[in-house]
Design a protein around this ligand. Sequence first.
Ligand code: 1GP
Length: 254
Amino acid sequence: MVYPILKQARASGKKLLAVLIDPDKARRDNLQQLADYANDGLIDVFLWGGSLVNAPQSEYYLKLLRASANTTPVVLFPGSVYQLDEQADALLLLSLISGRNPDLLIGRQVLVAGRIKRMNLEAIATGYILIDGGRPTSVSYMSGTTPIPADKPAIAAATALAGEQLGMKLIYMDAGSGAQKPVSEAIIHGVRKEVDLPIVVGGGIRTPERAVQALDAGADMIVVGNALEKDSGWLPELAAAVRSASQEDSDEAD
Ligand code: 1GP
């Protein structure tokens, strides 16, 4: 089960690093390097998915990742209903609560509910919130929704709180893959003050410093995708920064 890992992180102040792999952009050598890092304990969770997944090798790559990094959970982060795969450990069952597109709030979930149940996938109900990242991203275009403006922390906090009250188990704030500006500390902090749920933050995190800023502001797990696609050589530095943010939290708790 993956959700207990997130709950435990939230309770203990341990910070987590998730690496997002877009199957269309995956390369065999990079996948192997990421699997090696995961086996060294540097990656807590793999997220798997993308706005479009066309590559015929997607299932095969997931198999490869499972075989090479068999103790690190793989969680589907689906861009569409076509991206279910029972090789994964869990699924972020996304409801795009920052948008007003009913299809993404409940429609697509209805289409795949039966399949998810029969696949025995752990479904983690996720309040998915898009925050403006400075330029249009694939996710805002593909979802046909407007992200929450970056200077409106109160709207982000109220949206996350409504998600919690509706029974979501996780809040994922995303500035979109390749965002110019990641989700700001003010937004993360505002949401952290309002909800008790584990918070995941991603989109446009390209440096260890940015990762630490998001974690210090209240994220429990950060997600990095784009910036590791071409070169994952800086991952050990990133993982060390994530661990140091955990340490600070534990020190404060002592
Ligand atoms: C996008 O949060 C993820 O949905 C990761 O974003 O690819 O910019 O790291 P990046």
